[in-house]
Design a protein. Structure first.
Ligand SMILES: Nc1ncnc2c1ncn2[C@@H]1O[C@H](COP(=O)(O)OP(=O)(O)OP(=O)(O)O)[C@@H](O)[C@H]1O
Ligand SMILES: Nc1ncnc2c1ncn2[C@@H]1O[C@H](COP(=O)(O)OP(=O)(O)OP(=O)(O)O)[C@@H](O)[C@H]1O
Ligand SMILES: [Mg+2]
Ligand SMILES: [Mg+2]
Lengths: 274, 569, 181
């Protein structure tokens, strides 16, 4: 099973160093997370689209994910509205009522803008995540994390997780089949309580098995000197090039803009109503 | 041979795991010299892996326990060093080749040790490529472990310790899951490497004949944590210690002994290629061959399992099974053999409904298997998986074996009785109160076999039933299988063990990339160079012995099997 | 994150959290709500390997899920999964499953710690984080928090408890193993 959907291509984005991409990604996600500056979010969304184009990835390759994104986005929007149709009013402090659907379900400019922002937050982050994952070799990730200052023990945990997720999935499948063969019914024929019991019976060996595995893997790693030095090198690391510095600058730029705006404007919200 | 200076020295060394009541190693006195090739053999659970872990530093640094006596590595007390210090000298390839594989790809895995030593990328690449060259895995450098065959994982493991140019290479059961030909090449590889680098080689293995394919300098025989023999292969083979120690002799040795040939060191019996037999010896063999024992006719009964044109592919992969036709007769005891990755385990999974979306027809006693759920199927066909850890779901041995029975609502006393009898058969009775986590690999494997046997289904499919087993438990298990087989339970064994195939399976199916290329008696198959070549099997040493004595090989092998059965039963 | 063992444990925990969040859904009596038991595993690992492993494993696992699922990275929830591991690990310091000890006393302590941590993480930190960062409606996020927190609580106390018990049982008391016939 393929975990991170990396797609081998020749493209300017693929040729970038994973570290710079990762740094930019983090900056990107954080800045779009913090701000409610609509023009900025619009800009980020467009920039993301450009990056996607540059990376030569195809929308068709990401169909499943994008479909899911759409559903989730709409669901979230709906929930927000149902739970608080006047959230926008609270946030922006003004109230321009357009019309009332029924009872408390009003439509105000503020709510529209607020929810538009929320949607923009999705549209501006998801594509860039897709680009990052699609254009960065999983093997390079850990090296990159270490490169941007994350401790190597942490980075290597990440790499190991990527390494062992497919195994975990495989052994979970095997275990579940073995247990079914032993007589544990998973099918919906069974009562709920039985199913809970059954599922627990599946998870138990998976987890206890993994705990045993930890010992063996630890041995294998210690026998090959992991963790004996303050630092470690990475065979998958790549040199920095001009493009990488540009990428980093973009990241810093976005973060700087957001912070500056919040300070000057005194609020995270771009507010056209006053 | 003249000996270099000692590199590993055990002096009156004893070790006891904290969890154990008695020591696992008793008063070990052992010296291994630079450049030596040493084979460590012994029954399962006798402490081989424990000894290995003492040498590579896991004991005492990660397994806690009580040590008495001294162990010097490179002239320095091991307990005063650190694992990383020791692993500069000693490189280990673990018993479990999946755990050995740390990196996300072959390239990263080989480089792992170097990365940890902060070698700069350029030298790293250069050294990695050199190591990859040596073990001939260069054109798979970007492969992930899931896409590699058992043999390729093994090679990666070896390369991973070679990059560090270590002085000692430790292998814990390197052949356990390799097909015969791959095992042969693996041993040759180990030989080349040690010749090239002058490294000391220590191999732990049950398959002595396969290891002796290369010239080992010494064999060390262990039993219950003690060393019972330490000398040349020739000396060992011309004694009876192997049999007494419950370990399998090479087949040609057994045959010669049957024929009444006395085996002495000066005949260089350590390999079928080296052994020189006198005219008298060869006459003895011929005479023995003439003495025709009763040939048991293979009972041809009605078909129990009928598979037609079976095709199967794992999702988004090219087909793994490409049109398999096979008939299994009731009460048969047959084997499925073939190279790593040929699809043997896959067909077992398909038959047991573990893998559902297959085309073609599968009928069990006229009943369409494809309509059954996994559980319903399991009441008829029991499947013992290749990897024990994937089957074990309980923490105590008794519960594990009893689980299937409990699920089928047997009474506790019935369970008690059934489980204990199975435990006795599988040599687990004395461990019945132990947690499974304290068992050796071989012991775990026996637990899983027991947990299926206890359900007694119509057909039992065993995937590598005897991998990592010593001869005694091998014989116990196989005799038990034959026993229940004689009571009408059909048995299919997937195996890489040519001995097993010869001695126990009347009939053998040979798999090569998803197809059956031969369906014949084991003797016929293992004396047919064309097939053995194609399916990366290994023709038995009996074949060479027969040629040596000018006897028609397949007849000779058949004769040996019949005679062997006579003797054993 | 000192020892190699901790690095490996965190990675395996992350892998487990990932698999459980993505593939395993235990049905509950409530209509179409599933009891996601990743919280139980985080708690178990936190007890067994300590707060550091609990935090890193939980964090990485949830991060990987968010990166591969379509909803973007929800830092509040990602961090909270880690924090849960951290809190349980801190709260259960001194319980040593390695020695095979997990009796009533430990069980009660474990349960209380889990419950408190759940309330803290999903009842307080996550929702407030969402309000502050994403400016989501308060009632919405608190309801969400309530659901996850409750199911996490149930899972941790029951499944987590079973796990600890089973593991402790599998640890042989030292010097106890001997062959008997
Ligand atoms: N970590 C451990 N804790 C306690 N006992 C152990 C541990 N590992 C092994 N043992 C015990 O020590 C004995 C020797 O185990 P070891 O793995 O060395 O056997 P082995 O010779 O390698 O067997 P095999 O050929 O099946 O691998 C066994 O009885 C086993 O139960
Ligand atoms: N779960 C899986 N998903 C995808 N491919 C798989 C899976 N399991 C096995 N394969 C592939 O199917 C092929 C056959 O695998 P299988 O395990 O049947 O070989 P085998 O004959 O049992 O080999 P061995 O003798 O090493 O056990 C191999 O190429 C393997 O890579
Ligand atoms: Mg062993
Ligand atoms: Mg197999």
């Amino acid at each position: 099973m393929k975990l991170l959907n990396y797609i081998e291509r020749k493209s300017p984005v693929h040729s970038l160093n994973g570290a710079s991409k990762l740094f930019c990604l983090l900056m990107w996600i954080c800045s779009t997370m913090i701000t409610f500056n609509t023009p900025f979010l619009l800009g980020a969304t467009i920039l993301g689209a450009v990056a996607f184009k540059l990376s030569r990835l195809k929308l068709s390759e990401q169909k499943g994910l994008l479909y899911f994104l759409l559903c989730f986005m709409l669901l979230n929007a709906l929930l927000i509205y149902i739970f608080n149709p006047e959230r926008g009013v609270e946030l922006y402090g003004t109230r321009n009522l357009l019309f009332t659907i029924w009872g408390r379900f009003t439509i105000t400019k503020e709510q529209l803008l607020y929810q538009f922002n929320v949607i923009l937050k999705y549209l501006s982050t998801i594509p860039i995540i897709l680009v990052f994952i699609g254009s960065t070799q999983p093997s390079e990730l850990a090296a990159s994390m270490n490169r941007i200052g994350i401790p190597y023990s942490f980075s290597y945990s990440f790499a190991l997780a990527l390494r062992y997720i497919p195994d975990t999935v495989a052994s979970f499948i095997d275990i579940s089949r073995c247990q079914q063969a032993r007589g544990i019914e998973m099918s919906n024929k069974e009562s709920i309580l039985k199913r809970v019991k059954a599922a627990a019976a599946l998870v138990l060996p998976l987890i206890l098995g993994s705990v045993e595995q930890i010992e063996v893997i630890t041995n294998a790693m210690e026998l090959r000197k992991f963790g004996t030095q303050k630092r470690r090198t990475w065979i998958m690391s790549r040199p920095f090039r001009a493009g990488d510095y540009l990428t980093i600058v973009i990241g810093i730029g976005m973060m700087a803009f957001v912070i500056a705006y919040n300070v000057i404007n005194g609020s995270r919200f771009w507010n056209p109503f006053i | 041979m003249e000996r270099g200076e000692p590199i590993i020295e055990f002096r009156d060394f004893s070790f006891q795991y904290n969890a154990q009541m008695e020591p696992t190693l008793y008063n070990i006195d052992l010296t291994i010299y630079k450049g030596e090739k040493v084979l460590i053999a012994g029954p399962s659970g006798c402490g081989k892996s424990t000894l290995v872990n003492c040498i590579n530093g896991l004991i005492p640094f990660s397994y806690k326990g009580e040590i008495k006596g001294s162990l010097k590595i490179n002239g320095e007390e091991s307990s005063s060093q650190s694992i990383s210090r020791i692993s500069n000298t000693v490189g280990t390839v673990l018993q479990d080749s999946d755990a050995q594989f740390i990196g996300m790809t072959v390239l990263e895995d080989i480089a792992f040790a170097l990365e940890n030593e902060c070698v700069v990328k350029e030298d790293m690449l250069e050294r990695v490529h050199r190591a990859a060259q040596i073990v001939d895995i260069s054109d798979h450098l970007e492969y992930a472990p899931t896409d590699l065959s058992g043999g390729q994982k093994q090679r990666t493991g070896i390369a991973g310790i070679l990059v560090d140019d270590v002085e000692v290479m430790l292998f814990d059961e390197p052949l356990a899951n390799l097909d015969p030909a791959t095992g042969k090449t693996a041993m040759e590889l180990i030989d080349e490497v040690s010749a090239g680098t002058g490294a000391t080689v220590i191999v732990v293995e049950h398959r002595i004949e396969d290891v002796l394919h290369i010239d080992m300098d010494r064999i060390i025989l262990m039993e219950d944590g003690r060393i019972v023999f330490d000398g040349t292969p020739d000396a060992l083979l011309s004694s009876n210690l192997l049999i007494e120690g419950g370990i399998r002799e090479p087949l040609y040795i057994t045959a010669l002994k049957y024929a009444g040939v006395e085996i002495t060191e000066d005949k260089l019996p350590h390999s079928i290629r080296s052994i020189n037999l006198t005219y008298e010896d060869k006459d003895l063999v011929r005479m023995w061959h003439e003495s025709t024992p009763t040939v048991r006719p293979a009972p041809k009964t009605d078909t129990i399992l009928d598979i037609k044109n079976l095709e199967f592919a794992y999702e988004d992969r090219e087909p793994t099974l490409k049109g398999v036709d096979l008939e299994v007769h009731r009460g048969e005891l047959m084997s499925i053999v073939g190279r790593n990755g040929a699809g043997k385990s896959t067909i077992a999974k398909v038959i047991c409904r573990f893998e559902k979306d297959c085309t073609g027809s599968m009928e069990l006693m006229g009943e369409d298997l494809k309509t059954l759920s996994i559980k319903e199927c399991a009441d008829r066909v029991g499947y013992v998986m290749q990897n024990p850890n994937q089957m074990i779901s309980k923490t105590l041995i008794f519960d594990e074996i009893a689980l299937g029975l409990r699920m089928r609502g047997f009474s506790e006393d019935a369970i008690q009785e059934k489980v204990e009898s199975v435990m006795k058969i599988c040599g687990l009775y004395e461990f019945r109160k132990w947690p499974i986590s304290a068992l050796s690999y071989g012991q775990k494997k026996r637990v899983t076999i027991a947990s299926i046997l206890v359900l007694d289904p119509d057909i039992i499919i065993l995937d590598e039933p005897t991998a990592g087993q010593d001869f005694r438990h091998y014989t116990d298990i196989m005799e038990f299988l034959r026993d229940i087989n004689s009571r009408g339970i059909t048995i299919i064994m997937i195996t890489h063990d040519m001995h097993l195939m010869l001695e126990y399976a009347e009939r053998a199916l040979v798999f090569t990339d998803g197809r059956i290329i031969a369906d014949d008696t084991s003797a016929a198959i293992l004396t047919n160079p064309a097939i053995t070549e194609k399916a990366s099997l290994k023709e038995t040493s009996l074949y060479h012995l027969a040629l040596m004595c000018g006897i028609e090989p397949s007849e000779f092998v058949q004769h040996f099997i019949n005679y062997d059965r006579e003797v054993r039963s | 994150m000192k020892t190699v063992r901790n690095v490996v444990a965190s990675a395996i925990l992350a892998a487990l959290v990932f698999v459980l969040l993505r593939f395993v859904a235990i049905p509950t009596p409530f209509p179409d709500t599933t009891l996601s038991i990743y919280a139980a595993v985080v708690a178990f690992f936190a007890v067994l390997f300590g707060p550091a492993v609990g935090f890193v494993g939980g964090f990485l696992g949830n991060l990987l899920v968010d990166l591969t699922a379509g909803w973007g990275v929800w830092w509040t929830w990602v961090v909270v999964t880690g924090l849960y591991g951290l809190f349980v690990g801190l709260g259960c310091k001194g319980i040593s499953l390695e020695d095979g000890i997990f009796e009533k006393k430990e069980m009660i302590r474990f349960s209380i710690v889990c419950i408190v941590s759940c309330i803290l993480c999903w009842g307080v930190i996550a929702p407030i984080g969402d309000i502050l960062i994403y400016a989501e409606p308060a009632n919405l996020v608190f309801i969400q928090g309530l659901f996850v927190g409750l199911s996490g609580m149930i899972a941790s106390v029951i499944v987590g408890g079973i796990l600890c018990k089973a593991y402790a049982a599998s640890r042989a008391q030292s010097g106890s193993l001997t062959k008997e016939d």
